[in-house]
Design a protein around this ligand. Structure first.
Ligand SMILES: *Cc1c(COP(=O)(O)O)cnc(C)c1O
Length: 420
């Protein structure tokens, strides 16, 4: 099946007389005929369903669909993108370990890596997307367990050179984990370029309609966990009578361990109803992504030609420094654009307040056009100095182009620019 077809059909194959649509299985638990059968499921929870804290048929249909879309061997949904990021790391790191992340990642990821994981004894070092190979190599330590980056960085909108980062990570015997939220598998499939694990905030384009928070981890099945760096995956797990994940589950070792240990213990598993809604979003993902990209490119070109705008960042514009990487890795640059108004902060605020169609909200990748003012909203805790370092100016606006008719979006932007 091609990806557009997978959006509709992967993950659920109804048999004779079954419901056409993935059913919502609203049950916390599953019944068995005998104690022996329940005991067998405890010994190996991959054999059957046991409890909806770490497995539910509705959620699992969506997991299989997302695994197919990314070209992976398995996936696990979580209650948020943050939970997916956290578990992608905790599945292979413990106190005393170290990870390398690109500095352009989502703000919530930076909080998690710099503060919360540090309290758990896991250190993180940051390197830029533009770091040289030598600089990336130099960031590795003997206890480094993973490299983390975003396909299209939120909010910097720079593109990760996935092949280059994957190659260097592999030379050090560790996986590359890619947050593919903004691209989605429709615009980029990181496994095809050497990434080992993909995570998403499904709250964004995958859901698409701003109705539920969620996340997912997808396993490529290609990383060799038995290279000596990951004893937690190869050595006996006492909580399952000494089974070894690599020996018992082969290429699915990472994703099955995430479910059997982390989901069992942390319990950040989505409800069946949330997965049902996510599935509706996924069914139209391919058509929506094409239209987001088309609308956003038209809007980005319009902004670039306006005399009220100082600069536009959108990797789909020929003038953007990330254009060559976007051409290599992306089938479109998503719907997110950032731009800077010439007259600074007050002009940006006047512009945003004058918008009629686009809504002012803390979200991105919604089906409706929305805007955000980083300097006074998401990044308001930063000093002027820190804002400068983060590349955020007072005149900057982040625009998430939606699926309205693009002429209506342009008219709205243009009338608001006149009042800015
Ligand atoms: C929103 C976002 C997250 C966090 O996801 P939540 O679902 O809000 O927890 C992680 N990464 C990126 C790139 C995001 O945009």
């Amino acid at each position: 099946m091609r990806i557009e077809t997978q959006c509709l059909h992967a993950g659920y194959e109804p048999k004779n007389g079954d419901p056409r649509v993935v059913p919502i299985v609203q049950s916390t638990t599953y019944v068995y005929d005998s104690t022996e059968e329940v005991a067998a499921v405890f010994d190996d929870p991959t054999k059957s369903l046991i409890y909806s804290r770490f497995g539910n048929p509705t959620v699992m249909a969506v997991e299989d669909k997302i695994a197919a879309l990314e070209g992976g061997v398995g996936a696990m949904c979580t209650t948020s993108g943050q939970a997916a990021t956290m578990m992608s790391i905790l599945n292979i790191c413990s106190a005393g370990d170290h990870v390398i992340s690109t500095s352009e990642v989502y703000g919530g990821t930076i909080n998690l890596f710099s503060h919360t994981l540090r309290k758990l004894g896991i250190q993180c070092s940051y390197i830029g997307h533009n770091a040289t190979d030598e600089e990336i190599h130099a960031a590795f330590k003997s206890n480094t367990k993973a490299v983390f980056g975003e396909t299209i960085a939120n909010p910097a909108l720079s593109v990760l050179d996935i092949e280059r980062f994957a190659k260097i990570a592999h030379e050090h015997g560790v996986p590359l984990i890619v947050d593919n939220t903004f691209a989605t598998p429709i615009l980029c499939r990181p496994f095809e370029f050497g990434a080992d694990i993909v995570i998403h905030s499904t709250s964004k384009y995958m859901d698409g309609h701003a109705v539920q928070i969620g996340g997912v981890i997808v396993d490529s099945g290609k990383f060799n966990w038995a290279n000596g760096n990951f004893p937690d995956l190869t050595e006996p797990d006492e909580t399952y009578h000494g089974l070894s994940y690599t020996k018992s589950y082969g290429e699915k070792a990472y994703i099955i361990k995430a479910r059997m240990q982390l989901m069992r213990d942390f319990g950040t598993y989505p409800a069946a109803h949330s997965a049902f809604l996510l599935n509706l979003g996924l069914e139209t993902l391919a058509v929506r992504m094409k239209q987001y990209c088309e609308n956003a490119l038209t809007v980005a070109r319009f902004l670039e030609s306006s005399d009220k705008i100082e600069s536009v960042t959108y990797p789909g514009l020929e003038s953007d420094p990330n254009y060559p990487l976007a051409q290599k890795y992306l089938k479109g640059s998503s719907g997110v654009i950032s731009f800077v108004l010439k007259d600074g902060k007050q002009a940006a605020i006047r512009f945003m307040n004058a918008l009629k169609l686009a809504s002012n909200e803390v979200h991105v990748a919604d089906i409706r056009t929305c805007v955000l003012h980083p300097a006074s909203e998401t990044h308001r805790q930063l000093s002027d100095e820190q804002l400068k370092e983060a590349g955020i100016s007072g005149g900057m606006v982040r625009l998430s182009v939606g699926l309205e008719n693009v002429e209506d979006i342009l008219e709205d932007i243009s009338q608001a620019l006149n009042k800015a």
